[in-house]
Design a protein around this ligand. Structure first.
Ligand code: 2P0
Length: 334
């Protein structure tokens, strides 16, 4: 078969990946733990076609810009090398959620692209190998191959670039009664991409080493709290990981927050003072993903809605990993 259609979903890291190992291979410098979200999806079709002279990549409604195109072609090149098939590919990919919503579209995008490309090339790969392939393009994408709560180890220091590193599932989607309320703080695209933000943080932040020391400790504690189903501890540790990551970035002048971010953080503190289980997670943008116990969603939404400048709230729940779908991706949703 030279055609395949895959669907993948974004994920939110509870313990954050921020910083890469030196050298080639796109290995994370710290472990991370995420939750894959249902309801939001990237749909991607890949077709290898001997009649094409070059890869034909359309993201959303338009031909891919040079930067994103190069990342897509990089993944296709790895698949071509593995399958020893030089044919170029037609790639069509679209999200059903706004790219500027703060839900990392590179995670779901590269997870769907990796799965569709491997299948279209006829490679008989395990999901671990597909996760490793996705990680080489976007480390957070390795996690979106799996559903529920997912872990990605740090790369071993000095590991050769060809070393495999895949994410692995830790607990199913219904393990914790978690709801994620995405507080959209702006409709504009982010100013500094994650890779650049990490690079600047690692090279210039006086707190880069403090982050690299703290992140694995927070990760281990969060992992333990998750396995023990201790909701409050998971929330507190996720917020601590997010704040430590942003503190290290901020000290290098990498500032993702805006006034709405701070307002929502204040609203979350006020809600917690009332005894509600709500905790903050922020990625490479100003939006706050509020981690809420399912029984508190209505009260927390009410408390957040008054935050000055807040654009809207998207409600998401833990869901399944990436999957292959039938058809050509242009018809009904799977
Ligand atoms: C994460 N982020 O763990 C962290 C927290 C953003 C903040 O992974 O450079 O697009 O392509 O490997 O996966 C977003 O960065 O980074 C990210 P690259 P990616 O979710």
């Amino acid at each position: 078969m030279s055609h395949a259609f895959a669907v993948a979903h974004p994920n939110v890291a509870l313990s954050k990946y921020w910083g890469k190992r030196e050298g080639e291979g796109n290995f994370p410098a710290v472990p991370s733990l995420s939750v894959t979200l249902a309801g939001l999806q990237t749909r991607t079709t890949v077709q290898f076609d001997g009649a094409l002279e070059d890869d034909d990549v359309v993201l959303g409604d338009a031909p891919a810009a040079p930067g994103p195109r190069a990342r897509v072609v990089g993944l296709l090149d790895r698949v071509r090398a593995a399958s020893r098939d030089e044919r170029r590919a037609r790639v069509r990919s679209s999200n059903d959620f706004p790219t500027a919503s703060g839900l990392a579209s590179s995670a779901s995008g590269f997870a769907a692209l990796a799965l569709a490309s491997v299948r279209a090339a006829g490679l008989d790969w395990t999901v671990e190998w597909v996760s490793d392939l996705a990680r080489r393009s976007s480390a957070s994408a390795a996690r979106s191959l799996f559903g529920g709560f997912v872990e990605l180890d740090a790369g071993a220091p000095g590991a050769p670039p060809e070393t495999r590193l895949a994410a692995r599932p830790l607990a199913p989607a219904d393990h914790l009664p978690l709801v994620v309320l995405v507080c959209v703080a702006t409709e504009a695209a982010k100013a500094v991409g994650s890779s650049e933000g990490m690079r600047v943080t690692m090279s210039r932040s006086p707190y880069a080493l403090a982050w690299l020391e703290q992140a694995p400790r927070l990760h281990e504690r969060l992992r333990g709290a998750l396995l023990a189903r201790d909701f409050a501890a998971v929330g507190e540790l996720a917020e601590a990981s997010c704040l430590a990551m942003h503190a290290s970035a901020l000290a290098a002048g990498v500032i993702y927050w805006n006034s709405v971010t701070v307002e929502v953080l204040g609203a979350i503190r006020a809600l917690r003072a009332r005894g509600l289980a709500a905790f903050a997670s922020i990625d490479a943008g100003p939006h706050v993903k509020v981690l809420v116990h399912a029984s508190d969603v209505a009260s927390v939404r009410e408390g957040l809605e008054g935050a000055p400048g807040l654009k809207r709230i998207i409600e998401a729940r833990p869901g399944e990993g990436a999957s292959l779908a039938s058809g050509d991706g242009s018809g009904d949703r799977p």
